[in-house]
Ligand binder design. Sequence first.
Ligand code: ADP
Length: 215
Amino acid sequence: MRIVLLGAPGSGKGTQAQCLQRDLALPQVSTGDLLRRAVSEGTESGLSAKTAMDAGELVSDDIVLGMIKDRLEASDAASGYVLDGFPRNVAQAKGLDGVLRDLSQQLDAAVLMDVDFEVLMKRLTGRRTCSKTGKLLNIYFSPQSELDACLNAGGELLQREDDNEATISSRLNVYHDQTEPLIEFYCSRNLLKTLDADGEAQDIYTRLLATLGYV
Ligand code: ADP
């Protein structure tokens, strides 16, 4: 199965992609993660990506499409994957069509993760990672016991560099202007499925599996 997860920053694409990877062995292909890795490795594309990422803007389509092409050609992606955070504009969606054509592959679904604006803001501004375990937490939504467990173990609650208020609002604007047109793009190809992505991650996952026809 080949799936695109569409949705605003904070809509939970990464969390759901990881569940699909765990249960269905569909590799999570996250351009955000690929780009952060390139930045930390200091590669040439990483260096030019960093400025755009810090400003909450999109990294150039050339860089992102090059990464995707390499990733989708890897052997573990031969029988399916979940695209998380890609495509993010119409040019990328058309670029993906070209890559898929070359690989003789087709998408099965584009799932729109639908969440209210206020919830997105809390998810993004409250998002933290435990420095000890790497566990994703949220200062608004995680149980206090889980936040305390990180601190009591000597960990720190780290915030992602682009999760500050200024960058978040620019990421949300970019989503509205450039990514939302993909809803129509995939709707017109009969691939769009809309998922209520508000609530507990586990409940959303149950709905996602149903949307994809797994239960
Ligand atoms: P989020 O969806 O929560 O904003 P991501 O980890 O998906 O987080 O992306 C972080 C940043 O990486 C984006 O703000 C953007 O700068 C860059 N990025 C990720 N995916 C793409 C893409 N497909 N095209 C261009 N830039 C991207």
